[in-house]
Design a protein around this ligand. Structure first.
Ligand code: DGY
Length: 336
């Protein structure tokens, strides 16, 4: 007699082979549209599911967990952030919560560096200038002047996996690297040749300030007008972490007044960026649509890990790899 397959809800189409692997083992309900499911769709589709494979755009709170019912055993997020999931609620009910942890560190570090280069060397505006046929003089001594990256000072806020990957890249540019973290990490300091400083000192001394902290109660709006005022007039702020780490109205005001040289942003307080957002009108910014991890290799690996994490709990009936498990305390509530 064939065994009944576990039911799972996948909130967006993810890269293969993950979806095929999941479909072989489970009965998959998939949101086939290219947009995130609405709240109503989530509430309807989680009902009776044993697993949910979600994205950072899906809020998985107590109401959703309730709707899923007592069958729900695992919530696997296709992301490195997990602030969209009510971890406490899930843990209390014995639901394993997993994420894709460090899988996207290198891709995101690449993009952070891309933003540093784009901002400092006017790459985006120079491209527009050329394509818009504004290039009339063969060579000019002062056309599109930018700032040196080589030999400059980089300040990293949050020396986790992505911050460390950015620091490694900075060495190739002979940059001096300062960092600030909740906890000082002396072994990484010698490995990466980075210097720990207080946040205010980092802001005052850096030519590029790159944010890599997770979003938590300490980092929420950490960079506000008081902190922005500490930055050099020639410095750039780079954010590939979470929009909420920066108080956006303060950043807009700072950029409008040219109190810093510019900003390279991949994340925003509200995503997608509302059409009325004043950042869209500014010249001294490079804005990207939250694509830090968007490479074929990384997204495919994230999909595979997210699927594997879900199958570990539902099919293999074993604990997921500890590095992908958000709530290890769940093992006491529902041992596998
Ligand atoms: C994440 O996974 O949290 C990133 O922000 C998107 O890839």
């Amino acid at each position: 007699m064939s065994k009944k397959k576990s039911k799972v809800y996948v909130t967006r189409r993810i890269l293969e082979p993950a979806l095929s692997i999941l479909s072989t083992e489970c009965k998959v309900t998939l949101n086939k549209t290219p947009r995130p499911p609405s709240r109503e769709e989530i509430l309807k589709n989680v009902a009776g599911k044993a697993g949910i494979l979600c994205m950072l755009t899906d809020t998985i709170d107590a109401e959703v967990i309730d709707k899923a019912g007592s069958n729900l055993k695992v919530i696997s997020s296709y992301s490195t952030g997990f602030e969209h999931i009510d971890i406490r609620e899930a843990t209390a009910r014995g639901i394993y919560v997993t994420y894709t942890a460090d899988i996207l560190a290198e891709a995101t570090a690449d993009l952070a560096f891309g933003l540093i280069l784009a901002c400092a060397r006017n790459i985006v505006s120079a491209d527009g200038y050329t394509k818009n046929k504004k290039w009339k003089t063969a060579w000019s001594p002062d056309l599109m002047l930018g700032y040196n990256i080589h030999g400059s000072t980089l300040g990293i806020i949050g020396l986790g996996r992505i911050g460390a990957a950015v620091a490694r890249r900075a060495r190739g540019f002979n940059m001096k690297v300062l960092y600030h973290n909740r906890k000082r990490n002396q072994s990484l300091e010698s490995e990466l040749r980075v210097t720990y400083v207080e946040l205010d000192e980092l802001l005052a001394k850096s030519d590029f300030v790159s944010i890599h902290t997770t979003l938590n109660s300490d980092s929420h709006q950490l960079i506000d007008k008081i902190k922005l005022r500490l930055m050099k007039k020639t410095a750039f702020l780079i954010n590939t972490a979470r929009g909420q780490v920066v108080k956006e109205v303060d950043l807009v005001r700072t950029l409008k007044r040219n109190q810093i040289a510019g900003a390279g942003l991949d994340v925003f307080e509200t995503e997608p960026l509302p059409r009325s957002n004043p950042l869209l009108k500014l010249k001294n910014v490079v804005l990207l649509p939250h694509i830090g991890s968007a490479t074929y290799q990384t997204r495919s690996k994230m999909a595979e890990v997210a699927a594997r994490n879900l199958l570990d709990v539902l099919i293999e009936k074993k604990e997921p790899n500890p590095k992908f498990l958000v709530n290890p305390q769940v093992k006491n509530v529902r041992p596998l």
